[in-house]
Design a protein around this ligand. Sequence first.
Ligand code: 2AM
Ligand code: CA
Ligand code: CA
Ligand code: CA
Length: 274
Amino acid sequence: MDKQLRNSIFHQAKSWILEAGERIRENIDAPRSIETKSNPNDLVTEMDQQTEQFFAEKIKEDYPEHYLLGEEGFGDDIEALDGTVWIVDPIDGTMNFVHQKRNFAISIGIYHDGIGEIGLIYNVMEDVLYSAKRGEGAYKNRMELPTLNKERPLNQSILALNTTWMIPENPHIEHKGMQDLVKKIRSTRSYGSAALEFAFVAEGILDGYLTMTLMPWDFAAGAILVEEVGGVVTQANKQELDLLNKSTVLASRSPIHDEIIDDYVQLKKGKSDS
Ligand code: 2AM
Ligand code: CA
Ligand code: CA
Ligand code: CA
């Protein structure tokens, strides 16, 4: 994508994400109906739906030739990443939105022919926008984020990990390796919003984030941000990210990325990528 076009789409997307965030802040105390999706802890509210609808309408109006891949079903059914695709999570961290009224984000990753061009993650209640354009660095509001530290060893690292990794019955990764990893590192964190956890890796306040079975809208923007500051983002089996399917993803500084996968991540049989 040509730099000028990327710039103009960036400014449009930025103004929409700020507008959508403002609407959420204005309505944060409004009573809301909460529904469940795949399981009783998988929540969705009308605010998730309205926010995605807002982006769907804006994109259709201004960029009718672009596609939208969104969590709540207002986008297109796409089977390939040809052309320009907006990958949108209208509220990432819905459980935090419902229970805490904070610690959630709007996430937008814009890809052209499969290449990440623009990443935006908006921490709505803190009014902090993380943004990146391919080849032009990553920003926290107006501050450019520095390249990630390459020297700090794994035993001085903080990793975002979900505690479900530690449960022996988890279907994806051998828990013994995860226990060894937790013993090795300095500490763990778990924020409950994948998009924010990627943003924190890009900011350098987390050294890495290992996630279970995320959908493309959970990591589309975050991967662009982390890569712009020299971090590495792959599936847990080291394969390239898959932007059309569920994946287990590790985003981190290098070189601890390879160390974590080689020494601690053992995928269970038949679960090479999910
Ligand atoms: P969401 O809030 O947009 O659904 C919570 O640990 C993180 O995992 C959030 O980023 C959440 O995104 C994501 N997630 C992905 N699949 C999920 C599921 N089935 N149930 C709950 N959270 C899920
Ligand atoms: Ca959800
Ligand atoms: Ca999400
Ligand atoms: Ca969501």
